[in-house]
Design a protein around this ligand. Structure first.
Ligand code: NOJ
Length: 527
């Protein structure tokens, strides 16, 4: 098992830094806060921590608008704080993955200031400038992912610039070799500081159609859905030239040894697979968000797992995600009982799991009153905002859940006095204990971390059953997606329950069949 590279064996834990731990009393989390909580992450049993952006930023999109790719925003601390975090993480055998946002910078980045200063600026081509359409309007029909046109007119030079997200996030022009070189330098800056890899923001967006053709209309668009869905994003993203760009990034990482490149990609499975790249020169892990997008039914999830496994290119390592800072929380979507089943699924499927902070304590949808809305998307397109999944981590029953001495930047869940790490960590039946046990099992059993996968036929259509196996070891996972108790047959021989989503069944021996309670998942070991 030690032969397998860490990012295949291990579990990634995503920290949204604004919401993890505040140490300077401004109601916003910071780097020393993450460092202070590394013991918790080591105790929980994850292997790597991915930190959403902490670069200097005007925070129009909370750090996904970068004004300096080689610095730390004072809100989060200093470069020295960052170095301390990396050193302390490594001391605990935790890897550190940085969020890298190469598709767009902040409008405040000096590169953009120079680029917009004149059509003759040496940095003009670092961004995407186009003349107005003959009627003076935007150059084409591309829309912003946050609603409205993706083009903003800059009166100073009479041209439009392109932004796939906010006008404050102009897209960089990756066809410009100097942009690639500058970005590669930024990657090296962090690699030299010891980071173990990158999660690359919207990696499938990096190249756009050279001819800027209009996107085709989506006849299936229904009003109320995000406006971006009015068109199929045929020309504004997912272009064949992107694979050379990604291979270029991989080549920057290569001399540094076991570093990981994770790509954020929202595409259907067939397209997603292309991001492993020709001969696996692409992302090590093209993020697999399919579990977020699939109906929460045993059959649908089984079909998804099978089609994803079948579509993987030879040698391509799978990965699974249940949530992140852009998606409704899993417990909000399926309820706490099924969130436990989901945790068992995430941590027993074949492939690297990414766990979103707070999911381990069952954080659900936190209502955010209109006056406390922070997400710019919610302001543009009400109902689509992401604040409810970005609320502070709940540590204990101290004021503000131990997150901050000040009023947190987003509200806490109403049940924080009971739903916090301190209250749940020693409770045998808690969702936190379940996560810790699952993570420990994954570490102890190569069958779970690096073993093979096969689906097992289940008797009931509300049960998803599969096996993970390596060498002499076979584990069977049975997940009851339904609210009725049922009995599932087992193949011949003796089986032992290693873990259930309900407390108290560990060690139970059985033959022939196993009883599953409502919403119960179990992991059995053969023999
Ligand atoms: C994806 C990030 O996860 C999201 O939070 C952000 O708003 C967009 N990319 C733009 O960077």
């Amino acid at each position: 098992m030690t032969e397998t590279v860490w990012w295949k064996r291990g579990t990634v834990y995503q920290v949204y830094p604004r919401s993890f731990q505040d140490t300077d009393g401004d109601g916003v989390g910071d780097l020393p806060g993450i460092t202070a909580r590394l013991d918790y992450l080591a105790w929980l049993g994850v292997d790597a921590v991915w930190i959403s952006p902490v670069y200097p930023s005007p925070m129009a999109d909370f750090g996904y608008d970068v004004a300096d790719y080689c610095g730390i925003d004072p809100l989060f601390g200093t470069l020295a704080d960052f170095d301390t975090l990396v050193a302390e993480a490594h001391r605990r055998k935790l890897k550190v993955i940085l969020d890298f946002v190469p598709n767009h910078s902040s409008i405040a980045h000096p590169w953009f200031t120079q680029s917009r200063s004149s059509r003759q600026s040496p940095k003009r081509d670092w961004y995407i400038w186009r003349d107005p359409a003959p009627d003076g309007g935007p150059p084409n029909n591309w829309l912003s992912n946050f609603g409205g046109p993706a083009w903003t007119l800059d009166p100073a030079t009479g041209q439009y610039y392109y932004h796939a997200f906010l006008p404050e996030q102009p897209d960089l022009n990756w066809r410009e070799p100097a942009v690639r070189a500058a970005m590669h330098d930024a990657l090296r800056f962090w690699l030299e500081r010891g980071v173990d890899g990158f999660r690359v923001d919207v990696i499938w967006h990096l190249m756009k159609d050279a001819g800027f053709r209009d996107n085709p209309e989506n006849p299936g668009y229904r009003p109320g859905a995000p406006e971006i869905n009015r068109f199929h994003q045929v020309y504004s993203a997912d272009q064949p030239e992107v694979f050379a760009v990604i291979a270029g990034m991989r080549a920057v990482l290569a001399p540094y040894g076991e570093r990981v490149l994770i790509g954020e990609i929202y595409l259907p499975i067939e397209r997603l697979m292309a991001y492993y790249g020709p001969d696996l020169t692409g992302a090590d892990l093209p993020f697999n968000f399919q579990l977020i997008q699939t109906p929460w039914k045993a059959g649908a999830v089984r079909d998804l797992v099978e089609s994803y496994e079948a579509a993987l290119p030879p040698g391509g390592w799978p990965n699974w995600v249940l949530g992140n800072h852009d998606q409704p929380r899993i417990a909000a979507r399926v309820g706490e009982a099924q969130a436990r089943v989901a945790a068992m699924l995430l941590l027993t499927l074949r492939g690297t799991p990414t766990l979103y902070y707070g999911d381990e304590i069952g954080l659900a949808h936190v209502p955010v009153p209109p006056e406390r809305v922070r997400d710019p998307w919610e302001r543009n397109e009400p109902g689509h905002g992401r604040d409810p999944e970005r609320t502070p981590m709940q540590w204990d029953d101290a004021p503000n859940a131990g997150f901050s001495e000040a009023e947190p930047w987003l509200p806490l869940a109403a049940d924080w006095p009971a739903r916090n790490v301190e209250a749940l960590r020693d409770a045998p039946g808690s969702i936190l204990t379940l996560h810790r046990r699952l993570l420990r099992l994954r570490r102890e059993h190569p069958a779970l971390s690096v073993g093979d996968y096969r689906t097992v036929a289940a008797a009931g259509d509300e049960v998803f059953a599969y096996e993970r196996f390596a060498g002499p070891e076979t584990m069977r996972v049975l997940l009851n997606f339904g609210a009725d108790a049922r009995t599932e047959p087992l193949s011949e021989g003796a089986w032992t329950i290693l873990l259930s989503t309900r407390a108290g069944r560990g060690g139970e021996a059985t033959r022939d069949s196993v009883a599953l309670g409502p919403d119960e998942g179990v992991i059995l070991l053969r023999g």
